[in-house]
Design a binder for this molecule. Structure first.
Ligand SMILES: [Zn+2]
Length: 309
């Protein structure tokens, strides 16, 4: 960041032009402050109160915005004073906002590492769309992705985050993120999709997965070589996880198995990370109920025609 941005790091990150605005002014979570006082005997500004676009503490609820503005004296030190806490009550925001804040807080814990390239991000989201049945051939069905996301994130919530998804518009961020990446997306844009499609994943695991994407003519290939994969497949956790996933899929189908409360999401996540080739092959063999039923109807009609003819 310091080397390549030549001092314009916010410009390079896309923060300046982002729909998601950086926080302006002071904010605090009164419950966190109580914990700070108990643990350390003093209080301080906590960095996970300053996630761009969110005014939520992932542990306790809504943050309190203070009237002070720091732009007048940018370099002045403003300590957090316990007396700033009087008469503050915490309200409970929507559950999905807490989940996004939780993702953001976990993202802050990720250690320094090489960023994935735009090509790797492009490939990651293409694979994700394909794996969830949103990509047929080369075509990505953005309306289906939008429908899936909307089940968790209402338009009102997306609007409050300044991330309303207008799928008819060519500049819609939700469309853009599943297309070729040419610019950085906000952590919130990524987070909305991760929370909806990969709910049990840690950001560090997702970043590792994206970094492992190999870009080439036949794009996605898992980092683990076939030899290693065969060797690993013989071990116990692989057999257990494959068995669990098979039972869930037989029972609920690929899509619903992932959302199953019987640990479907976690099992899917584990296999996605460690045994992805098997998972994708297995899912491919067990998906497309829509296609099958469509074929059935067509065959039936053809039969009827034949009978009539
Ligand atoms: Zn808090």
């Amino acid at each position: 960041m310091t080397g390549r941005s030549q001092g314009a790091v916010h410009l390079m990150l896309g923060a300046a032009a982002s729909r998601v605005k950086s926080p302006y002014g002071f904010r605090l979570c009164p419950e966190c402050v109580k914990v700070q006082l108990q643990l350390y005997g003093e209080c301080f500004w906590q960095r996970d109160w300053y996630l761009p676009g969110l005014t939520v503490c992932h542990r306790h609820g809504s943050l309190t915005l203070l009237p002070q503005r720091f732009r007048i004296h940018r370099h002045q030190f403003w300590p957090l004073q316990p007396d700033q806490l009087c008469n503050i009550s915490v309200s409970q925001p929507e559950h999905v906002l807490l989940s996004l804040a939780d993702l953001g807080a976990k993202l802050l814990q990720v250690g320094p590492a090489l960023s994935p390239t735009f090509a790797q991000w492009t490939e990651f989201y293409r694979e994700l769309a394909a794996d969830f049945g949103f990509k047929r051939g080369q075509h990505i069905h953005h309306d289906e992705i939008h429908h899936h996301i909307s089940a968790l994130f209402s338009q009102a919530i997306l609007e409050s985050l300044n991330l309303k998804a207008v799928i008819r518009s060519d500049t819609c961020w939700l469309k853009g993120i599943f297309r070729k990446h040419r610019k950085a997306f906000s952590y919130l844009e990524h987070g909305i999709i991760w929370h909806a499609l990969l709910p049990n994943w840690y950001p560090s695991d997702i970043l590792n997965c994206v970094r492992a994407m190999k870009i080439g003519p036949h794009c996605y290939k898992h980092e683990v070589s076939p030899d290693v994969s065969n060797h690993l497949s013989a071990s116990e956790p692989f057999t257990d996880k494959r068995q669990t996933w098979s039972i869930l899929v037989e029972r609920f189908g690929v899509k619903s198995a992932r959302e199953s409360i019987r640990g479907g999401g976690a099992c899917y996540a584990w296999l996605y990370r460690h045994d992805r080739k098997w998972l994708l092959d297995f899912n491919n063999q067990h998906k497309c109920p829509k296609l099958k039923s469509r074929c059935k109807v067509d065959w039936h009609r053809r039969d009827l025609k034949a009978v009539k003819g």
